[in-house]
Design a binder for this molecule. Structure first.
Ligand SMILES: [Mg+2]
Length: 292
């Protein structure tokens, strides 16, 4: 059955379809490939072999690459350095994060109380938002915040929860960078941003709005950056795949991250499955004069 994306009876079959380019557009014409980072370009801090070649293939064929990550922790310079280590030269305008999307939800000059790391603080500052990290040492009258913004961080405890829940009850919007429940690591699953956001939502009684994949704020940021999108490439159907559906473009699943085999249970179903980013790029550039 060559059209069957996976044979569930065969644990060795990763479910990669036989037709190498089925469901994928050809790279070229300046259309952008929206490429996830964690589980696609690197995993657990280590570059995934072939990712650098893949980006060179797509660019060589005339495609653009826009990296889109739900991880709001690293700063732009940190992301550019990690990409460089992976063999990819990227400019600041070629990266979008859930932190940037969250920042876009606030007006310049607004005030945000933040649970999150440096990348989120940087994104808010770049937007012109006055960002204050939620800390234990609260003195004097609490200022009025337009929003509580929750991103990934390990600096979170009961006292911080109490402070930000207070701010939400006082009228601040509750914004999450993303809602991923868990963070896969080489040592197992760790609590993700969604777990922190759920704690704040429960303690404050508010319903959060979420900025990152697959939600509209990051989709809007992407369409503001690039005129045309070829496809979304990522390891997580619930975020990368659903983002592709929202953008109305094909979804290419790679098996180097949280999803390790294709199957009928994936939602949304990918339009293409590659074992890694290089396989996606090779399929998208097959037959192109500019490809290697
Ligand atoms: Mg990923």
């Amino acid at each position: 059955m060559p059209d069957d994306p996976a044979d569930p009876a065969d644990p060795e079959d990763p479910g990669v379809p036989d037709d190498p380019a089925r469901g994928l557009p050809r790279a070229g014409d300046g259309a952008a490939w929206v490429v996830d980072l964690d589980g696609v370009v690197w995993r657990g801090g280590e570059p995934i072999p072939g990712a650098g070649d893949a980006v060179a293939l797509l660019r060589g064929a005339g495609g653009r690459v826009l990296f889109a990550s739900n991880n709001s922790s690293p700063t732009l310079e940190e992301l550019i350095e990690r990409l460089r280590v992976a063999g990819i030269a990227a400019g600041r305008d070629e990266i979008v994060t859930s932190g940037m999307a969250a920042a876009e939800m606030l007006d310049p000059g607004g005030h945000a109380l933040v649970v999150g790391d440096d990348g989120l603080m940087e994104a808010l500052a770049a937007r012109g938002v006055h960002a204050t990290r939620a800390t234990h040492d609260r003195t004097g009258a609490a200022p009025v915040f337009d929003a509580v913004v929750v991103g990934y961080t390990k600096r979170f405890d009961y006292d911080v929860l109490a402070i930000v829940a207070d701010a939400v009850r006082a009228g601040a919007r509750l914004i999450g960078t993303n809602e991923d429940a868990v963070l896969p690591t080489s040592g197992g699953l760790l609590p993700g941003t969604g777990a922190i956001l759920a704690a704040v939502a429960t303690a404050s009684g508010a319903t959060p709005v979420v900025a990152g994949k697959p939600h509209q704020p990051l989709a809007t940021l992407i369409t503001e950056r690039v005129a045309r999108i070829a496809a979304v490439v990522g390891d997580r159907p619930s975020t990368d795949g659903a983002l592709a559906r929202r953008l109305g473009v094909p979804y290419a699943l790679v098996l180097t991250g949280v999803t390790t085999r294709a199957g009928d249970d994936l939602d949304p179903a990918p339009d293409f499955v590659g074992k890694d980013l290089r396989a996606v790029a090779q399929a998208a550039t097959h037959g192109h004069a500019g490809s290697r």
